[in-house]
Design a protein around this ligand. Structure first.
Ligand code: 6PG
Length: 244
């Protein structure tokens, strides 16, 4: 780890439910602080299965503490399938959060998956993000992420040009089903004011150890850990054995 690398903020919990509750409280506080400070908050939702419980808590126990009328919702990545497809990240967030939180629909920006070519969808979403930030470099207020066992995050996979791209959004081909994806690039993700990385389960332990290990791994999760000074790593004991 070089001198200017970030020392990760790692918070370990006894179980996934305990982790989700603590992370949801943190997200609620960060959203409220953003709206109070800047009049609005941009929340970037992760896909996958880990964040579902957190989303349900944001729409449930923590709902009244969040100024939803000031919250704008984006996605870190999306599988290139219809929004009602079982694998759609939008569908999962809609079921767990959006159908219950009362966020104005004009403030919800799904990644589009209706263009014939994913590259056109990526350009369209990049325009949406740049419009939200009025042409200034995107600085999202709260970005939620997971990591894969291979060390990917969002849909930035090992070896991807999205690790270093100057673009905001890219269409990529993932080594996972479905292969066609849209993703925010890692530099845009790393520039967020607050990042919450949710990691649970023994299957993630090896990738998390590399990511937090301080060595100069090229894995996207490791690059994020080194470069994102605002990341909080919410992990359970199965993902980080040996730490209490
Ligand atoms: C996706 C996610 C992806 C996810 C990890 C972890 O679209 O799949 O954005 O990066 O966060 O693969 O997925 P799980 O939470 O299902 O383990």
């Amino acid at each position: 780890m070089s001198a200017n690398d970030v020392l990760p903020d790692v918070r370990v919990f006894s179980s996934a439910p305990a982790l989700s509750a603590a992370a949801a409280a943190w997200v609620a506080d960060e959203l409220a602080d953003s709206v109070s400070a800047r009049g609005r908050a941009s929340l970037v939702l992760s896909g996958g299965s880990t964040p579902r419980t957190l989303y349900e808590l944001l729409a449930g126990r923590f709902k009244d503490g969040i100024p939803w009328s000031g919250v704008h919702v984006f996605w870190s990545d999306e599988r290139y399938v219809p929004h009602d497809h079982p694998l759609s990240n939008y569908r999962m967030a809609k079921e767990a959060l959006l159908d219950h939180a009362g966020i104005p629909s004009a403030q919800v920006y799904p990644m589009p998956t209706h263009f014939p070519e994913p590259q056109a969808a990526a350009r369209d979403y990049e325009t949406t993000v740049n419009h939200y930030f009025a042409g200034t470099p995107p600085v999202f207020d709260v970005v939620l992420l997971g990591i894969g066992a291979d060390g990917h995050t969002a849909s930035v996979f090992p070896g991807s040009s999205a690790i270093t791209s100057a673009r905001v959004v890219m269409a990529v081909t993932a080594p996972a089903e479905p292969p066609s994806r849209l993703t925010l690039t890692l530099p845009v993700i790393a520039s967020a004011r607050r990042i919450g990385v949710l990691v649970t389960g023994a299957s993630k332990a090896a990738a998390l150890a590399v990511a937090l290990g301080g060595r100069h791994s090229a894995l996207p999760a490791a690059v994020l850990a080194r470069t994102a000074s605002t990341a909080v790593w919410w992990v359970d004991r199965d993902a980080r054995p040996g730490l209490s």
